[in-house]
Write a protein that binds this ligand. Structure first.
Ligand code: DGJ
Length: 695
């Protein structure tokens, strides 16, 4: 018998169901989140069925893991809201149902604590095309309050999913994954860097011990915010588990209105790939706006010239890059102020007359005459003490004057309107006076303090530029992948995934980033022969094919390429151009490689009719025979023709006759997914590229 008054809501599609219940008008809790429930299921019955028992040593009623667990309900873990009154006293609101409204693909639920004059609004949607939940919490207060912690809607994760994958990393090693078991207590990540940061991608995947890329259950989360996040993955003493995401602790000033960034979440029964493709598609089709297609092949001059800009050399480089197939030329750091190294001029966004006596026009005209678009580097949020801007406005700096510098630079206080207006004016002048289609927007240091207003200020500046220069695409870079999240991707079209152009490192970074990022936004460049950040020398083939797995570009001095390197790069680039229309809309499916020395992925076209497989031999395998590479996501009953796109690269030491070495193979999807492809033996630091077509 259902004795408590209960209100229920359901967000669902063919992949998942989220059932929320509010008992006695209290905050709703997720009483079910998992595979889609059959139509006709009574959500009221299901809510009643979810009530758990009480025994000795407990309070008389289990406090709910509601969408905002409340201290006032004797919640035994981390609460979803920590708020203090204007004079610093802790408040313990008890919210009650007020109203609700339907929104596009979802609902808005309003709860209030009348005594404290606080209102909590829960905005919940499920995007039907991508099956991604988007969850946001707002807090409104009549009086000024201090919010120390506000979680986006909190979800419980089930007891049988006992593991989590979280993200760490460093410069040149973004998106490092770590799989760890839940244990009693809270796993807390509080990113104090003030930016998304290399070490703190705001994601979490909860899974069962058996979940792999291709099978098993996964509950995946991403917090779409660029100012540093806080995550709590907690196993309560009673065994229940909850996941919370919000802004980094204490990053919001006292006020009356608070809002979290969107928390994106999804349940997948199809392994990590099931979740990954929803994030990839959602980023590409719902988060990123105005992405230009076809995606142009990049050339970026940073690792060719650094700060040493000479017009004639840059023209010659552009000519070579165009010959290789580049379609966009990006002039990196060093064109403004008196910037001969990284000690000066940030803040002075005025063309350096010593390097460019006639402005950028001669270079831009040259680049355009070659048929390339012109792009320009900025690092707007930063300032050097050796700059005209600092000399005029030392008070525009964020944080104390004795703070530790980062790359010799300080940060501008982006919460200030005068700072944003000044930056807008300088950048807009450059964009208005020059034919520029692209900005590489860099951010090369952590902030001296965590402040949500800084991130909001940056968003405002970018939004204003985007509104007035909609034809200009923006790339988000922060010493490589230090600012990659759906918040920045709402206003940019590409990310510079990493400063590591080392193809072996890139293989790993790209592979793990694909848990969230589609190829179309993920920049990947062919760097110099000897990688500048790892010192490793790699063959052009693996460098070129690795870049061809994402949004392709080059970043070396093309004048230094040998004839062989030039030929390979041209060939791979034209392969990429011939395939980009479908590949930039393909799902990146991470393959479960049984050989830990091999990183393999399959890019499957939207209609499932064709695919490409990239299997990189990162190091020598422990065993001598290559393990077959098992594919995924195919129709078991269909026949596919498979060809080895780079079969000419089999080394002489491959003495046998694996079929694919000489011929195309026609086999069923079932065979490809169950047995897998038998590939020729190859050297470490090489890659096989396969093309598949449904017959
Ligand atoms: C760091 C970026 O990641 C590099 O690609 C380059 O743009 C430098 N900054 C320029 O200072």
């Amino acid at each position: 018998m259902i004795c408590q008054p209960v209100k229920t809501w359901h967000l669902g599609d063919q992949h998942q169901s989220l059932v929320l219940a509010s008992f006695d008008n209290r905050l709703p809790e997720a009483v079910y989140w998992g595979p889609a429930l059959p139509t006709g299921e009574s959500h009221k019955t299901l809510s009643a069925a979810s009530l758990m028992d009480v025994t000795g040593g407990m309070v008389d009623k289990n406090a709910a893991i509601s969408l905002c667990p409340e201290a006032s309900q004797t919640f035994p873990g981390q609460t979803g809201l920590t708020v203090r009154s204007r004079d610093g006293n802790p408040l313990a609101p008890a919210f009650r149902y007020e109203s609700e409204a339907a929104s596009e693909h979802g609902l808005s639920l309003v709860f209030a604590d009348k005594a404290l004059d606080l209102t909590l609004v829960l905005d919940l949607t499920l995007t039907p095309e991508t099956s991604l939940l988007k969850l946001q919490t707002r807090l409104e207060s009549a009086d000024i309050v201090q919010v120390d912690w506000l979680a986006a809607p909190v979800l419980p994760v089930p007891a049988h999913t006992g593991e989590m994958i979280e993200f760490s990393g460093r410069w040149c090693a973004e998106f490092l994954t770590r799989r760890l078991p839940f244990a009693p207590g809270a796993r807390l990540r509080d990113n104090r860097s003030g930016r998304t940061d290399h070490a703190h991608f705001p994601g979490l995947i909860v899974c069962t011990p058996g979940t792999s890329n291709t099978q098993g259950e996964a509950l995946a989360f991403h917090y779409g915010w660029s100012g540093g996040h806080r995550m709590v993955a907690e196993e309560l003493a009673d065994g229940r588990r909850q996941v919370q995401f919000g802004h980094a602790g204490g990053s919001q000033a006292a006020g009356r209105h608070f809002v979290t960034a969107p928390l994106y979440a999804t349940y997948s029964a199809g392994g990590f790939n099931g979740a990954a493709i929803r994030f990839q598609r959602h980023v590409r089709d719902a988060v990123v706006k105005d992405m230009r297609t076809p995606r142009p092949v990049h050339y970026n001059c940073w690792e060719a010239v650094y700060f040493d800009h000479k017009l004639d050399e840059l023209k010659a480089i552009a000519t070579h890059a165009a010959g290789l197939g580049a379609e966009r030329f990006v002039l990196d750091d060093g064109w403004f102020g008196l910037r001969d190294d990284d000690t000066s001029s940030l803040g002075d966004w005025v063309i350096d007359g010593r390097k460019y006596p006639d402005g950028l026009t001669p270079l831009i005209d040259h680049v355009k005459a070659l048929g390339l678009e012109f792009g320009l580097w900025f690092e707007p949020e930063m300032i050097n003490e050796d700059s005209d801007l600092y000399r005029a406005h030392p008070d525009w700096v964020l944080g104390p004057s004795d703070q530790t510098r980062g790359r010799q630079q300080l940060v501008l206080d982006m919460a200030r309107e005068d700072v944003r207006t000044h930056l807008y004016g300088q950048i807009a002048t450059i964009l208005r006076d020059n034919d520029i289609g692209y900005i590489k927007w860099d951010h090369n240091r952590v902030l001296p303090l965590v402040d949500a207003a800084q991130t909001e200020g940056v968003y405002q500046l970018i939004d204003r530029l985007r509104a007035n220069f909609p034809q200009v695409e923006i790339e988000s870079c922060a010493s490589g992948g230090g600012r990659i999240d759906f918040g920045i991707l709402e206003r940019t079209q590409r990310v510079w995934l990493s400063d590591s152009n080392d193809a072996l490192e890139r293989q790993r970074i790209q592979h793990d980033a694909a848990l969230y990022l589609p190829a179309a936004v993920t920049g990947s460049h062919v760097g110099p022969r000897r990688c500048h950040t790892s010192g490793r020398t790699l063959d052009i083939r693996i460098r070129a094919w690795t870049a061809a797995q994402r949004h392709m570009g080059f970043e070396m001095d093309p004048r230094e390429l040998t004839e062989d390197e030039t030929d390979v790069l041209r060939e791979v680039t034209s392969w990429w151009k011939a395939n980009r229309d479908w590949m930039m809309r393909a799902d990146i499916l991470r393959l479960d490689s049984s050989d830990p020395a091999v990183i393999a992925e399959q890019q499957l076209a939207e209609n499932g009719d064709r695919f490409a497989v990239f299997a990189a031999q990162i190091r020598a395998s422990d065993q001598i025979l290559p393990h077959p590479v098992r594919l995924t996501g195919l129709d078991p009953a269909s026949l596919y023709r498979i060809s080895l796109a780079n079969r000419d690269q089999a080394p002489q030491l491959s003495r046998g006759s694996p079929f694919l070495k000489t011929e195309d193979l026609e086999v069923s999807g079932q065979y490809l997914m169950s047995h897998g492809l038998t590939l020729p033996w190859r050297f470490p630091e090489t890659i096989w590229v396969l093309e598949g077509q449904r017959l």
